[in-house]
Design a binder for this molecule. Structure first.
Ligand code: 4AD
Ligand code: MG
Length: 445
C-alpha cells in the first residue's frame, strides 16, 4: 500500500519554484537506471523531465519495490523533495519519498520506442507514442509557441482574425493540387489557402489574418511538403509590395525572438545552434528574381548546381536551397515572372511580365517559408487571368465583385507554420513539426 500524497501538485517545468519543498508530480517513467541499493528513475510529465533518487535505506520498502524494475512509460504519481543540482539537465533533482504506479506497462509488451535508434518509418507508424520522447515534445512545444507568437504579432498590430472556410468551390493555388470532396452532389474541394476569402474580409475590416489548416494534393515527396499544413495569412487593404516585405521580416524576427526568449531550453534539447537564430533581426536582404537568376547561374558555373537555371522558370527545391544558403538571414526574392505564379497577382507597372510578389527563403538551406503578393486590382485583368487559367468563372463571381465595389490596392502573404517550425527548430523534415503529419504515403496514425 502506498501512503496518500498530500503535498502540492506541480509540473516539472515549475519545479524550481519549490526548491527545498516536498511536491507531487504526475506523469510517466521515462527511464530507469539501477545501481544496487540506489534507483535513478527519470520522470516526465509533458512539461519536462527530472531525475529522481530512490535510496533503499531512505524510503519505505514498498516505495523502493514499486520503482525497482518499473517499465518505461508506466504512469506514476511521485512525491519528493526538490533539490537543486547543478549537474542535472533542468537544474533540479527529486529525492523521492512516495510513488504510486497507476498503470504498469507489461514486460511482455514493452513500450515500442526504446532509447536506442529507430528507423523513421517505424517512428512515424508509432507517432502517437513517439511524441512522448523529449525531443519530439520539445518540437511540439516550440510549434505551439510559434503559433501563439504569430497570433500575438497580428493581434497586437490591429489585425482582425477572420478565418476562411475549409470547404470551398474553387482553386486558389492551381487546379493540380486540389483535394476533391463530395458536397451533397456538388463538387467541393479542401481549401489550398484562405487568401481569396480574406481579401473580402480585408475590404470589410482593413487589416485581417486567417490561421487554419490548408490542403494540397501534392505528389511531391520532399522534406518540405505535407498534404495538410497550417498557414497564417495576413491580408491588408492599401498595402504595397514593400509594405508586405516589411511585415514579413518583422513577423519572422518576432517569431524567432519569442522562441529564443521562451523556448531556449527546448531548442537546446533539439541540439539547435541558437547562435544562428540570434542573427535573425530585420531588415532582411531583398533581391529581385533577376538577381536570383544571376546567382543561380554563377552557382552552376562554380559547379554547386547541376543544371543551369534559365530566366523564366520557377525556383525548384535545389535552387531555393542554394540561394538561401548564401545568406545568414532570410532572403526576400521579389518580382518573379508572372507566368510561374498564381493567377491573382498584380503585374509590375514597370514590367508587365513580372508579378508584384515575394517569396521569403529561410537561411541554412531551408527554402521558401512565405509566399505573397499584391493582388490584381483591375476587374478586366482579373477576369482575363481567370479565363487564361481555365478557372470556373461562376465560382469567382464574388471574388470579382471585390474589384467592382470600391477596389483598392491590397496584398498579403501566407506563412506555412510547419516550414517555419522546421527552420527555427533546425529539423531535417517537416514531418516532425506537426503532431500527426499527412504526406503522400501517410494517413496513419
Ligand atoms: O506560396 P503559397 O502556395 O501561397 C499561397 O497559398 C498564398 N495564397 C498565400 C497568400 O498570399 N495568402 O503557400 C504559402 C506558404 C509557403 O511559403 C509554404 O511556407 C507553405 O505555405 N506551403 C507548404 N507547407 C507545407 N507543405 C506544402 N505542401 C506547402 N505548400 C505551401
Ligand atoms: Mg509559394
Amino acid at each position: 500500500m502506498v501512503l496518500s500524497m498530500t503535498s502540492p501538485v506541480t509540473t516539472i517545468s515549475e519545479i524550481g519554484k519549490h526548491e527545498g519543498q516536498t511536491v507531487t508530480i504526475r506523469g510517466w517513467l521515462y527511464n530507469l537506471r539501477e545501481s544496487g541499493k540506489l534507483l535513478f528513475p527519470i520522470f516526465r510529465d509533458g512539461s519536462g523531465t527530472i531525475q529522481g533518487v530512490v535510496p533503499k535505506n531512505a524510503v519505505p520498502p514498498e516505495v523502493f519495490d514499486a520503482v525497482k524494475g518499473l517499465t518505461q512509460e508506466s504512469s506514476v504519481i511521485v512525491e519528493g523533495k526538490v533539490r537543486a543540482d547543478k549537474r542535472a539537465p533542468g537544474g533540479y533533482e527529486l529525492d523521492v519519498s512516495n510513488v504510486q504506479v497507476l498503470q504498469r506497462v507489461s514486460e511482455d509488451d514493452p513500450f515500442p520506442i526504446s532509447l536506442k535508434e529507430h528507423g523513421v518509418d517505424f517512428l512515424m507508424d508509432n507517432r502517437h507514442l513517439w511524441i512522448r520522447t523529449p525531443r519530439q515534445a520539445a518540437i511540439l512545444r516550440t510549434r505551439a509557441e510559434i503559433i501563439k507568437a504569430a497570433r500575438d504579432f497580428f493581434d497586437d498590430r490591429g489585425f482582425v482574425l477572420t478565418d476562411a472556410p475549409i470547404l470551398t468551390p474553387a482553386a486558389c493555388e492551381g487546379t493540380s493540387t486540389l483535394f476533391p470532396v463530395d458536397y451533397f452532389d456538388e463538387q467541393a474541394y479542401l481549401t489550398q489557402s484562405g487568401q481569396l476569402y480574406i481579401e473580402a474580409t480585408a475590404m470589410a475590416l482593413g487589416k485581417v489574418y486567417s490561421f487554419g489548416p490548408t490542403f494540397r494534393a501534392e505528389k511531391s515527396k520532399t522534406r518540405r511538403h505535407l498534404t495538410e499544413f497550417w498557414m497564417v495569412e495576413p491580408e491588408v487593404a492599401y498595402a504595397t509590395l514593400d509594405d508586405l516585405m516589411d511585415l514579413a521580416e518583422n513577423l519572422i524576427s518576432f517569431l524567432v525572438n519569442r522562441c529564443l526568449e521562451k523556448r531556449r531550453a527546448d531548442l537546446q534539447t533539439m541540439g539547435r545552434d541558437v547562435s544562428k537564430l540570434e542573427k535573425i533581426e530585420a531588415p532582411f536582404p531583398r533581391i529581385t528574381y533577376d538577381e536570383a537568376v544571376k546567382m543561380l547561374q554563377e552557382g552552376h558555373a562554380k559547379g554547386a548546381l547541376e543544371t543551369k537555371f534559365e530566366w523564366g522558370g520557377d525556383l525548384g527545391s535545389p535552387d531555393e536551397t542554394y540561394l538561401s544558403a548564401q545568406f545568414e538571414k532570410p532572403v526576400m526574392i521579389h518580382r518573379y515572372p508572372a507566368q510561374v505564379k498564381a493567377f491573382y497577382m498584380e503585374p509590375d507597372p514597370q514590367r508587365a511580365e513580372l508579378a508584384l510578389c515575394v517569396d521569403v527563403l529561410a537561411p541554412e538551406g531551408y527554402g521558401e517559408i512565405i509566399g505573397g503578393s499584391q493582388r490584381i486590382g483591375s476587374y478586366d485583368l482579373l477576369l482575363k487571368r481567370i479565363r487564361e487559367h481555365g478557372l470556373p468563372e461562376e465560382s469567382f463571381k464574388w471574388y470579382l465583385d471585390l474589384r467592382k465595389y470600391g477596389g483598392v490596392p491590397h496584398g498579403g502573404f501566407g506563412m506555412g507554420i510547419e516550414r517555419a517550425v522546421a527552420w527555427i527548430c533546425g529539423l531535417e523534415h517537416v514531418r516532425e513539426t506537426i503532431p500527426f503529419a499527412r504526406t503522400l504515403h501517410r494517413l496513419y496514425p
